[in-house]
Design a protein around this ligand. Structure first.
Ligand SMILES: Nc1ncnc2c1ncn2[C@@H]1O[C@H](COP(=O)(O)OP(=O)(O)OP(=O)(O)O)[C@@H](O)[C@H]1O
Length: 247
């Protein structure tokens, strides 16, 4: 379980990115941080692995304040998928997936073996492991990004607009694949998107952020559609529009 306890972030130039957010991400569930550009989603996500330190408030994992954890060890124990894939261009796909387990002390041989299994798990032919990232399609690169985040079997996955850079058909494939994986693996997932349909498809709980990093509403997709908290929420989700993706 991840708990954001009244966290705020004011960047050194005075920008308030996140304001007093209190939010719980239950274990084995997917919480989607939804909001328009600049509403603080990435800042909030990065607080979980200490890439961003809150100006005030605390982040707890399973009840323990993460400030008491070594930041590097914490980061390596949490899967992270970025929008661009974030793959290392001069390493093969297999070695990209094996990087963190090797850093954590797993032998290269067993990390590569695990990588082959993970490529299969995300729907890729393990033979692609020999290629370099530029030899893959955008959708394949994103799958590798997910495989890499799963390496070492972390409990927590942070996903920052992971499917934002691919076309709508591939995006839908990747979303379905994530739902399938999550039903098998039961990770604790924090997923960032500005896409309402993507949020409603993937989330157990949606946390909708307003500009300035203020929580506008937290609820299941159905709760938010049926009872938007205010005009901002109703407008953001375009209440009244037919929804095919509600589970
Ligand atoms: N290092 C930084 N220094 C100053 N301001 C920053 C920094 N990083 C982010 N910000 C500002 O904080 C606010 C929130 O940014 P953040 O990236 O968290 O939003 P976001 O909702 O993830 O946006 P996007 O969807 O565009 O990625 C924005 O106004 C942004 O310009």
């Amino acid at each position: 379980m991840i708990e954001f306890d009244a966290v705020s972030k004011v960047y050194p130039d005075g920008t308030t990115a996140v304001s007093e957010v209190t939010l719980t991400v239950p274990s084995h569930k997917t919480v989607v941080l939804l909001g328009s550009s600049g509403s603080g989603k990435t800042t909030l996500l990065r607080m979980v692995n200490r890439m961003v330190e809150p100006t005030s408030g605390r982040v707890l994992i399973d009840g323990a304040d993460i400030r008491d954890r070594n930041a590097v060890h914490l980061r390596r124990s949490i899967g992270y998928v970025m929008q661009s894939g974030g793959l290392l261009p001069h390493r093969t796909v297999t070695d990209n997936v094996a990087t963190v387990p090797v850093l954590n002390g797993t032998s290269r041989r067993s990390a590569r073996k695990e990588a082959a299994g993970l490529l299969e798990r995300v729907g890729l032919d393990p033979a692609l492991g020999k290629r370099y990232p530029h030899q893959l399609s955008g959708g394949q690169q994103q799958r590798v990004g997910v495989a890499r985040a799963l390496a070492g079997d972390p409990n927590i996955l942070l996903m920052d607009e992971p499917f934002g850079a691919v076309d709508p058909v591939v995006r839908r494939d990747l979303q379905d694949e994530l739902l399938r994986l999550q039903s098998q693996l039961g990770k604790t997932i924090v997923f960032v998107t500005h896409d309402v349909d993507e949020a409603f498809l993937l989330a157990d709980t949606v946390a909708l952020l307003k500009p300035g990093g203020v929580l506008a509403q937290v609820g299941t997709p159905t709760e938010i559609v049926e009872h938007p908290a205010d005009d901002f929420v109703a407008e953001f989700i375009d209440a009244g529009r037919p929804r095919s993706v509600l589970r």
